[in-house]
Design a binder for this molecule. Sequence first.
Ligand SMILES: [Zn+2]
Length: 161
Amino acid sequence: MIEEKEVEIEENLLAKAAMDRIIKDEDFLKIPCKNVTKEEMDTPQIRNIIEDLVSTALDLDKANKLQCAGLSANQLGYNKRIFVIKMSGRYKVFINPEIIFANKTRSSTEGCFSFPGRQTTVDRFIDISVRCANQSGVKKLKKDKAIYFQHELDHLNGIAI
Ligand SMILES: [Zn+2]
């Protein structure tokens, strides 16, 4: 039991450290992010951003009270069009993501790590087709996954809740 408790405390500390790193400056978050160029695509700089996003999302997600559905590059201070969203228990990376088809809306009440304690209700599409520069073809996302995608895409466009 003691060991379990220790693990829990450690995970909460990691989550707190990750939480402290999240950008909460609304002026910065309102700056739209730049596309990752073809030349940049497979560089150490971009790989570092991806690693940082995934490991920070995992740290946030480990704590009992937090769940990290997604995280965008500008929330960690990078002005690049990259985000991760949780899909089937793993963080999937989207570079230069786009929505190419959207259908059916639902109202969605959302929180954000950049605005702790704030909740906003917005209309979201619940059936979207998307593409991005690091995956071939078109991907269909429905319900919660579609909503996560739109929340993070808003971040990249400088729209914060
Ligand atoms: Zn957010």
